[in-house]
Design a binder for this molecule. Structure first.
Ligand code: ACO
Length: 386
């Protein structure tokens, strides 16, 4: 990028002042063939396919293959990937022992995932990338489900090699065989969030791997970045907000009071999308399908739609011209709630889906690696003697 530069004097020295972009907004810091985010037109392509097409139709394993190999998998390739993932789901004994200790300390599921993810290579041969990538994708759901059960005083459920990755995740969480509709709902969610350009957690992963560190370190760093409410931590608070509002007529007063206090509405606004996040549409449709045969669910869905409409109207009133629209997190909350997941599981489940993209980005970064090392502009004092 050719930015104008200015020469200024600081403390007697003269230096060239480069353009500072807070939050790296608008800065292109990587080239990627993995996903394309067009925030003006509301388009998301995953592996070249529109999210509306791929997310509700593909199996999770097909998305893994697409992002890792760059091609659509044949039936044989899907079967073989499914088998390879199923074979790696069991956690190292030391990871389980660690999770027991973490559960005793009552840490949040997201903290437990960060702590345990760092141990998922305990039984992996050194520097063996493909096997480690499989282990990570196969084991993230096992960590979340195992920890969830330990935290609630339940015995962890062993993975079932006869089930696909998504069905097995639900099975390990609940101990019950999941209904097909729920598996499809979760699979649509995991596919939807599998990759999304240079979002904060993916950028964190790329920065770490670019130092020629290791894949596990990159994933642990990405989990840390995902946890924050400005990134992956928003769906829990978004659902709480819908429940607190309770009925459509209460939405306006509730949301107005929040905005008057200068608070942010969780599930709205996006750094890149200035129109409705296309993922919101996909997840809203999946939630509607899930709630089709459930009266209480339909009521909640109706309430959420009305909260969404009021929120967008008020955001335009309070932040005119900012074009704050619904993001992925609002309907994530509704869909995952409909699947029977408690809100503390929302962000860890996001991590389960996004791990595929993190790994794909790390591989892409390493293919043409250059250390990611921006500069900072010094704005502190300059002394001449100690
Ligand atoms: N509610 C109220 N006001 C908002 C919101 C919101 N959700 N989002 C942005 N704004 C306001 C800001 O206060 C700011 O107003 P100001 O200029 O008067 O100070 C203006 O809109 C622009 O906001 P920025 O912070 O510059 O926007 P940015 O691009 O940094 O933020 C973000 C994007 C972090 C997602 C923001 O919209 C937000 O905080 N949303 C709520 C949290 C959320 O939903 N997070 C999930 C994001 S999706 C994901 O990462 C998977």
């Amino acid at each position: 990028m050719n930015e104008p530069s200015v020469t200024v004097a600081t403390g007697g020295t003269t230096e060239t002042l480069k353009k500072f972009r807070p939050g790296l907004e608008g800065v292109v810091a990587a080239e990627t063939a993995l996903s394309h985010v067009d925030g003006t037109r509301g388009v998301l392509l995953i592996g070249g396919y529109p999210v509306e097409e791929i997310a509700p139709q593909a199996a999770f394993e097909e998305v893994v293959h697409l992002l890792w190999q760059g091609t659509r998998a044949t039936e044989r390739e899907v079967a073989s990937l499914r088998q390879a993932l199923a074979a790696q789901r069991a956690l190292p004994a030391a990871t389980v022992a660690l999770l027991e200790r973490v559960a005793a300390a009552r840490k949040s599921p997201m903290d437990a995932l960060r702590i345990a993810a760092g141990t998922l290579d305990l039984d992996a041969p050194d520097k063996e990338w493909d096997g480690l990538a499989l282990r990570l994708v196969a084991r993230m759901p096992t960590v979340v489900a195992t920890y969830w059960r330990l935290l609630h005083g339940l015995t962890p459920v062993e993975p079932d090699a006869g089930l696909g990755d998504t069905a097995n995740y639900l099975y390990m969480l609940t101990g019950e065989m999941p209904e097909d509709a729920k598996v499809r709902g979760l699979e649509t969610y995991l596919n939807t969030v599998s990759d999304h350009g240079l979002n904060a957690s993916t950028f964190a992963a790329r920065v770490i791997i670019a130092t020629q560190s290791d894949l596990v370190s990159a994933i642990v760093g990405a989990i840390g970045a995902l946890k924050g409410p400005l990134h992956g931590g928003a769906p829990g608070p978004a659902l709480d907000m819908v429940f607190e509002i309770g009925r459509p007529e209460a939405a306006e007063a509730y949301l107005r009071a929040k905005l008057e206090r200068g608070e942010r509405l969780m599930g709205f606004g996006h750094r890149v999308y200035k129109v409705r996040d296309p993922r919101a549409e996909v997840l809203a449709a999946a939630a509607a399908e899930m709630f089709a045969a459930d009266v209480a669910g339909q009521e909640l869905y109706g309430l959420a739609k009305s909260v969404e409409a009021t929120a967008i109207r008020l955001l335009e009133e309070y932040k005119p011209g900012r074009r704050l629209q619904t993001n992925v997190e609002f309907f994530t909350a509704l869909l995952l709630h409909g699947l029977g997941l408690e809100s503390a599981l929302f962000t860890p489940t996001f991590a389960v889906g996004r791990t595929v993209g993190w790994i794909a980005h790390c591989r892409e970064q390493m293919a043409t690696n250059r250390l990611i090392r921006p500069e900072a502009r010094y704005v502190g004092p300059v002394y001449t003697t100690w």
